[in-house]
Design a protein around this ligand. Structure first.
Ligand SMILES: Cc1cc2nc3c(=O)[nH]c(=O)nc-3n(C[C@H](O)[C@H](O)[C@H](O)COP(=O)(O)O)c2cc1C
Length: 214
């Protein structure tokens, strides 16, 4: 019989120490350094992040999206504003991003308010994507119910016939979002579950750093 009990599924976390003295005063710099380390390691989907949103009633949902840019102005991803997350963000423009970098036993959480980017940013990025991705994005409204895969494939064929040069227009609803961080948390897995965990909170323009119990 299959055992659905996960109590015995455990492993040790043996990451290097993360000490207060090693942290950058600027969490963006800390994030950039950690992201670069995981990219350099060749980890798959280093830029994949869980995006947690909530609707106007507070009902939460989460899904994976890809980080496309990060600067002190914010963390950027692209999606369909008609999707579940797009509707959540329209009524409750706050979110948390979560990166789990298993190869380094690290987790980063980034919390803040979210705004939609100007359409030029979406145009720029949309037209830099591979042709197949552009057609797939243009074929359907994300998160809408579809009868079957054939429905999507025939919609793509129609678009390919209509735009033989591949220049399918960006769906107006497919846009960029930017999360402006007010909170960061860096977690480093350590031996015996005594993990290192630091938060950065923005207060009066200064990032305050505290160690948290794991
Ligand atoms: C690795 C990975 C990367 C993804 N990247 C994106 C992305 O950048 N943008 C996006 O809209 N959906 C992306 N998705 C799909 C989303 O997780 C999700 O299924 C979709 O956006 C619909 O979510 P929603 O209905 O909650 O809005 C990705 C999924 C995975 C597994």
């Amino acid at each position: 019989m299959t055992n659905h009990d996960q109590h015995r599924t455990r492993r040790d976390y043996l990451g290097d120490a993360l000490m207060r003295a090693d942290l950058h005063a600027d969490p963006f710099q800390q994030f950039s350094e950690w992201l670069q380390e995981v990219i350099d390691l060749g980890s798959k989907d280093a830029t994949a992040m869980a995006l947690a949103t909530a609707d106007a009633d507070g009902a939460p949902t989460a899904r994976t999206v890809l980080l496309k840019q990060h600067t002190p102005a914010g963390f950027v991803w692209f999606t369909d504003s008609r999707s579940h997350k797009g509707r959540d963000l329209a009524s409750n423009p706050r979110a948390e991003l979560l990166f789990y970098w298993r190869d380094l036993d690290r987790q980063v959480r980034v919390r803040g308010s979210v705004s939609a980017l100007p359409s030029e940013r979406a145009d720029q990025y949309f037209h830099s994507r591979p042709e197949g991705s552009r057609f797939s994005t243009a074929a359907a409204q994300q998160s809408a119910v579809v009868a079957n895969r054939e429905e999507l494939e025939s919609r793509i064929q129609e678009l390919e016939a209509r735009y033989p040069d591949g220049n399918v227009p960006r769906p107006e609803a497919w846009i960029g979002y930017c999360l402006e961080p007010r909170y960061f948390e860096f977690w480093q897995g350590r031996v015996n579950r005594l993990h290192d965990r630091f938060r950065y909170v923005l207060k009066d323009g200064t990032w305050l750093i505290d160690r948290l119990a794991p």
